[in-house]
Design a protein around this ligand. Structure first.
Ligand code: FCA
Length: 336
C-alpha cells in the first residue's frame, strides 16, 4: 500500500514538472513532427539528405527526427517510436523495398502519413506500391548519362573499344539500381561498345567494400583487357571498382569510372591532388530529396494536401574540371 502511494506521488510529481517544462511551447498540441528514416546513415548521400531536411525543418518550424534504419526490425521499431513521440508522418528510404506491404500496414496502424524517397516500395509480386507518394531519380536516364559520359571519354582518349572491359557493378534486387545500370549499358552499346566486354559484378550490399570485392572478381576473371571502365548504382559502387582496378595497376590513364550521386564520396575523390580512375559522377539532388520531401510531408500534415504520387528528379554529369559549376547550377553550391 505504502509503495503504491509512493509511486502515485512520483507519477504526479513527474507529470507536474513535465507540464511545467513543456508549458513555454504553448502550441505543442499542433506542432508538427516528421521522421526521416534512411537505410544507410553512414553514406554521404543520406547525410546530405538529412542536412537538407533539417533546413526545411528550420524554415517551416517543424521538428525533424532523423533515424538510421538499416534493417526491417529497425524500421518497425522506428515507426513505433515515432508514434509514441506523437509524430504525424515520416519520409523513408527503406533498407529493403520488399518490406513494402509491412511498412505500409505498420504506418497505417500507427496513424502516420508516409512518403518514400530514393527506393520505391514494392508489393508481394514485385510491383511498385503506387499509393505511397515517392520521390526518386529518373534512374534509367541518369544511367544513360553515365554511359554516354564514359563513351565520350573513351572516344576522346582514342581507345580501341575492343580492348576495353566494362565493370558493371550490379545490385539487381533494387529496381532503381537495376534501371541505372541498364541505362548505362544501353548507352554504351548504342555508342558502339561491345556488349561482350561488359562484365557483371554483383555486389552483396550497396557500399564501397562490397563493390570492391565484386569488381576484384571481375578483374581476376578477365585479364585480357588493356583498359577498363566502370559504372554502378552510386558513387560508392564505382569507387569500389576504381580501388580494385588500382590494385591491379589500372590507374587514371587506364580507367574511366563514372558514378551517380555527387556527395562527399565523389567530391573527396575530385579533391585529391592527382586524378584517379574516378573520372566523373552524375550529380543528383539531395536538396530535392531531403528538403522537398520534408516540405511535402509538412504540407500534407498541416494542410491535408497529399504529395504527388511520383516525382522523378534529374542529374547532371560532372568531372573534376567542372564539378563546382555543376553543383552551382543544381543549387548545391552553398551547401558545403
Ligand atoms: C539509392 C542508393 C543511394 C542513392 C539513392 C538516390 O538509395 O542506394 O546511394 O543513390 O538511391
Amino acid at each position: 500500500m505504502k509503495r503504491r502511494m509512493f509511486l502515485t506521488l512520483v507519477a504526479t510529481a513527474t507529470a507536474a514538472s513535465a507540464t511545467l517544462f513543456t508549458a513555454p511551447v504553448a502550441q505543442a498540441a499542433d506542432d508538427v513532427k516528421i521522421g526521416f528514416l534512411v537505410k544507410q546513415p553512414e553514406e554521404p548521400w543520406f547525410q546530405d539528405e538529412w542536412k537538407f531536411a533539417e533546413m526545411a525543418a528550420k524554415a517551416k518550424g517543424f521538428t525533424l527526427v532523423k533515424i538510421g534504419a538499416p534493417s526491417g526490425e529497425k524500421v518497425m521499431s522506428a515507426i513505433d517510436n515515432l508514434a509514441a513521440q506523437k509524430a504525424q508522418g515520416f519520409v523513408i528510404c527503406t533498407p529493403d523495398v520488399k518490406l513494402g506491404p509491412g511498412i505500409v500496414a505498420k504506418a497505417k496502424a500507427a496513424g502516420l502519413k508516409m512518403m518514400t524517397v530514393d527506393d520505391r516500395l514494392v508489393d508481394g509480386s514485385g510491383k511498385p506500391i503506387e499509393s505511397v507518394p515517392y520521390m526518386g531519380i529518373s534512374a534509367f536516364n541518369i544511367g544513360k548519362q553515365v554511359g554516354d559520359g564514359i563513351a565520350a571519354e573513351i572516344k576522346k582518349r582514342g581507345w580501341n573499344m575492343a580492348e576495353v572491359g566494362a565493370i558493371d557493378v550490379t545490385y539487381e534486387q533494387l529496381p532503381t539500381a537495376h534501371d541505372r545500370t541498364a541505362g548505362a549499358v544501353e548507352a554504351l552499346v548504342a555508342a558502339g561498345f561491345p556488349k561482350a566486354n561488359i562484365v557483371m559484378a554483383p555486389q552483396a550490399k550497396t557500399d564501397t567494400e562490397n563493390a570492391f570485392n565484386a569488381a576484384n572478381i571481375a578483374l581476376t576473371k578477365n585479364t585480357n583487357f588493356k583498359h577498363w571502365v566502370a559504372f554502378g548504382l552510386n558513387d560508392e559502387a564505382v569507387l569500389g571498382a576504381v580501388r580494385a582496378a588500382e590494385g591491379r595497376g589500372f590507374k587514371a590513364d587506364n580507367m574511366i569510372g563514372v558514378g551517380i550521386g555527387g556527395s562527399d564520396s565523389a567530391l573527396n575523390e575530385f579533391k585529391k591532388p592527382n586524378p584517379t580512375g574516378f573520372y566523373g559522377t552524375v550529380i543528383i539532388s539531395p536538396k530535392r530529396h531531403g528538403e522537398e520531401t520534408s516540405e511535402l510531408m509538412y504540407t500534407w500534415i498541416k494542410d491535408g494536401k497529399e504529395p504527388p504520387l511520383v516525382t522523378l528528379t534529374t542529374g547532371m554529369l560532372a568531372t573534376r574540371d567542372n564539378v563546382g559549376e555543376v553543383r552551382e547550377k543544381m543549387g548545391l553550391a552553398s551547401a558545403k
